[in-house]
Design a protein around this ligand. Structure first.
Ligand code: TGC
Ligand code: FAD
Length: 394
């Protein structure tokens, strides 16, 4: 029979330029050819060849692809989003590697860094020759990063950092860490500041966090800073206060709006394929009304999630997107994506719990995606604040 994909039903490609579609298709092909064949194994073994992959992703041009100059591709926000979507259709861990590199570590240096910091790090990071991580969260301060305990104290013209960061993507494989720390106000540095820390600096270590049941094909680490001595030039000169790190989060959250819907699309495509060949009670599973109701409802959410992502992407390219609008997308698309993944798992039933199919892997990954870059509750509160003018965080 004649069938339609969600992309066709919503005529989504009409909303993209030829260049956007061409780049999207290139990233999709890379993901399918280079990563798809290995990803279930990497997830199973909880390891990922991050350094080699970074070089390949650098060669593809997706690391910091929405930044200008310094070896970055200078692409539009929508094009970057589409790359995230295609990478997360393979696995959220791959998109995470790219988000943390481009939207967090590189963006922080690009937006808030000195010319020397940019020259030193960005070309290598764009090429995938150097990996970055972004240390904001601490063991006791995730949603409320302003409470951080990590301190940067002056010693002569140097800075000395002490503290710990937790749940840091790429931490153990990074060459450079962007670390956020509190400075004493009387030292004239105005509260929270960012530091560019080469990971071979004495006193820096990054033990890997093991036994994760989510994002297993992604490195997650603690960062330990024990008397890490840095020159004055290691501080990001232009970022002062919490708005420094939060501005980077807007960038990464934007990529997740697209990425999460890629994971949902992959689950839905898998479920449609499975239902059309799986025979139950003498008929294909796809021929039952209950199955079709599930598929139809999921198609609506996947299609609407794309439309929301594209709309926010166009606003971002026009320089008009606000943080509360990014929260709309992050909340909706992550929340719907995980619902879709879980519903698809019911269609695959027992087969759905294995790594033979991508569905349970996506569902488990999306538990992290729902939590990081602002939990659903943080985004609800951000939207609530925009609607009412009342900040209800504390
Ligand atoms: P609040 O008083 O609201 O704001 C403090 C200052 O920051 C400014 N600001 C923002 N600036 C840019 N972008 C935003 N989204 C901003 N939100 C607030 C604000 O204007 C203010 O500036 P100023 O100049 O007046 O000082 O701060 P708050 O302490 O009440 O906290 C607000 C809250 C809860 C929304 C914020 O702290 C928050 O977003 N919490 C969630 C933390 C989070 O998302 N962490 C993510 C860590 S990184 C990560 O998870 C990577 S996952 C790997 C991957 O991406 O793949
Ligand atoms: P908490 O802040 O302790 O929240 C616990 C619960 O309380 C949540 O349900 C939360 O929504 C709720 N809550 C919090 N505040 C309120 C409130 N005001 N009202 C109502 N409910 C509230 N961080 C980095 O800095 N860099 C990284 O690279 C990074 N990578 C990560 C990778 C993975 C795999 C994971 C899982 C996390 C990563 N994180 C990273 C950390 C992530 O950003 C935090 O986990 C997240 O911000 C939530 O913080 P928390 O886990 O401490 O939860």
């Amino acid at each position: 029979a004649d069938t339609r994909t969600v992309t066709q039903l919503f005529a989504l490609d009409d909303l993209l330029s030829d260049e956007e579609k061409a780049i999207r298709d290139t990233v999709r092909k890379f993901g399918e050819d280079r990563i798809r064949p290995h990803i279930a194994g990497w997830f199973d073994e909880a390891r990922i060849p991050a350094k080699e992959l970074a070089k390949e992703l650098g060669g593809l041009g997706v690391l910091g692809m929405h930044l200008d100059g310094y070896g970055c591709a200078g692409m539009s926000a929508v094009t970057y989003g589409l790359a995230c979507l295609e990478l997360e259709a393979i696995d959220s861990g791959i998109r995470s590697l790219v988000s943390v590199q481009g939207s967090l570590a590189m963006f922080a240096i690009h937006h808030w860094g000195s010319e020397e910091q940019k020259q030193e790090w960005l070309p290598r990071m764009a090429a995938g020759d150097a990996l970055g991580c972004f240390g904001l969260t601490e063991p006791d301060f995730g949603s409320d990063p302003g409470g951080m305990r990590t301190r940067a104290v002056r010693d002569g013209s140097d800075w000395v950092l002490n503290g710990a960061k937790m749940w840091i993507t790429n931490g153990s494989v990074a060459d450079v860490a962007v670390v956020w720390a509190k400075t004493d106000l009387e030292q004239g540095a105005r509260g929270i500041r960012g530091f560019v820390v080469p990971t071979d600096t004495p006193g820096f270590s990054a033990p890997e966090i093991r036994a994760k049941m989510s994002l297993r094909a992604s490195v997650t680490s603690e960062l330990v800073l024990q008397d890490v001595r840095l020159p004055e030039s290691a501080m990001l000169p232009k970022a002062a206060g919490l708005s420094g790190p939060l501005s980077c989060l807007n960038e990464a959250r934007f990529g997740i709006i697209f990425g999460s819907i890629g994971a949902a699309r992959d689950c839905l495509e898998t479920a449609v394929d499975y239902a059309s060949t799986r025979m139950v009670f003498d008929k294909p599973l796809a021929a039952y009304q209950l199955t079709q109701a599930k598929l139809a409802d999921m198609a609506l959410e996947v299609g609407k999630g794309h439309l929301l992502a594209y709309r926010l992407g166009r606003l971002k390219d026009a320089g008009e997107v606000e943080p509360a609008q990014v929260s709309l997308g992050k909340l909706n698309n992550c929340r719907e994506a995980i619902k879709v993944a879980r519903e698809c798992r019911t269609i695959l039933a027992a087969n759905g719990i294995t790594l033979e199919y991508p569905v349970i892997r996506h569902a488990n990954n999306l538990e992290s995606v729902l939590t990081y870059e602002g939990t659903s509750e943080v985004h609800q509160l951000t939207i609530g604040r925009a609607l009412t003018g009342e900040a209800a965080f504390r």
